[in-house]
Design a protein around this ligand. Structure first.
Ligand code: NI
Length: 387
């Protein structure tokens, strides 16, 4: 048996914690009750050095056995989504229109579980346990970093529920794991006019239509075909009458990429194509690309530790490949701009059970994954000390 072992009482404690969090979900930056509840759970787990940081977050320090040994961080996110729960579970949300539909209740609970194990069996160096708010809006990780609470940490580990995999299966691999998530806004300005006299106007709608089509060539023609990428126009605003050519058309969209280089290709491509198409149609153009979370690329050194930890906890055959890259964003990527680390996927599909995706009203992860997540994160911290 691995060093980080949970007792039946630990499991009961974590299940109760997870259900309580699940029943009382809170949106990003509103995690006041969650923060209080998690602080209490950490103290009940033998962790006394707990600090409130980044408004509704927590960072706890679990002292290591060897003074001066390098420090490692473990991160769990804690916020919920604006979704009305439809699972019908006894622990279903009591907060109208808010639901833990991305499993962050599981993440928070298994991170406390790891802390509980490490308080009992400390690592070589100090372990910083991060309970991070506001992941869903892509802001919490940066706020934690800006608080300075992670200064000195050398490596970071975190994990996400994944309903594509069975409980007991784990993905712990180097390289791209989730995409960058950036937004853009293109405002095309022409000259309004009568719909029957287009020659006296400069029509931004025809320009916008050409631009929407041309943007589709970025992924097919500018990006390495071996790298996934997405450019989606999600909103188009122009005009309000059938016989009036408006002055302005506006497009809003999202850009996803899995490497820093391909992200740059798509950002520059959106600007270039928008400028070119606007010029071709005699329109003036304003382009704003707003960076969101960067691509999440696991570091080889941290991924090697995570894979060893996973093999210890679930057995080598249950450490499985990710398959296709997840094109959603994950703000764990912000930590990886500052230190090396690995983001792990943990299976939550029960035997013959729920395969509903995250971010849906019926998402119901199998609680068996709480033990896997707790032991796995603790094991990462223990192995880091000996790497
Ligand atoms: Ni999530």
């Amino acid at each position: 048996m691995s060093k980080a072992a949970l007792t039946p009482a630990d499991v009961e404690f974590l299940v109760a914690l997870r259900r309580d969090l699940h029943q009382h979900p809170e949106l990003s930056w509103q995690e006041g009750r969650t923060q209080e509840r998690l602080e209490r759970a950490l103290r009940e787990s033998g962790v006394s050095d707990v600090r409130r940081v980044a408004r509704t977050g927590l960072v706890a320090r679990i002292p290591g056995t060897t003074p001066g040994a390098p420090c490692v961080a473990l991160r769990g996110d804690i916020d919920a989504l604006p979704i009305t729960e439809a699972t019908g579970l006894a622990c279903a949300s009591v907060n109208d229109g808010v639901m833990h539909a991305c499993g962050h209740d599981m993440h928070a609970a298994w991170t406390v579980g790891a802390a509980r194990l490490l308080a009992r069996t400390p690592a070589g160096g100090d372990v910083l346990v991060v309970l991070q708010p506001a992941e869903e809006v892509g802001e919490g990780a940066r706020a934690i970093l800006e608080s300075g609470a992670l200064d000195g940490a050398r490596m970071i580990f975190g994990a996400h529920v994944d309903p594509r995999f069975d409980v007991g299966q784990v993905v712990a691999q180097p390289g791209p794991l989730a995409a960058s998530a950036d937004t853009f806004r293109v405002r095309l300005t022409g000259r309004g006019g009568h719909g029957a006299r287009p020659h006296r106007a400069i029509d931004p709608i025809v320009g916008a239509a050409a631009l929407i089509s041309s943007l589709q060539t970025l992924v097919s023609r500018s990006l390495d075909p071996g790298l996934p990428g997405v450019v989606t126009v999600g909103a188009v605003h122009a005009g309000n009458a059938p016989n009036v050519i408006p002055e302005v058309a506006e497009l809003l969209g999202t850009i996803r990429a899995t490497t820093v280089a391909s992200r740059t290709v798509l950002h520059e491509g959106v600007r270039r194509v928008a400028q070119g198409v606007a010029a071709a149609h005699g329109l003036t153009v304003e382009i704003v690309v707003t960076p969101g979370t960067p691509p999440l690329v696991n570091s080889p050194d941290a991924a090697a530790i995570a894979a060893r930890a996973a093999a210890k906890v679930v057995g080598e055959p249950n450490v499985v490949p990710l398959g296709s890259t997840n094109m959603a964003g994950e703000d764990f990527a912000c930590y990886l701009e500052r230190m090396s680390g690995c983001f792990i996927r943990i299976g939550v599909r029960g035997p013959g059970g729920d395969v509903t995706d995250v971010h849906t009203p019926r998402f119901a992860p199998d609680e068996g994954a709480l033990a896997v997540g707790s032991r796995l994160l603790a094991e990462c911290a223990l192995l880091f000390a000996h790497s």
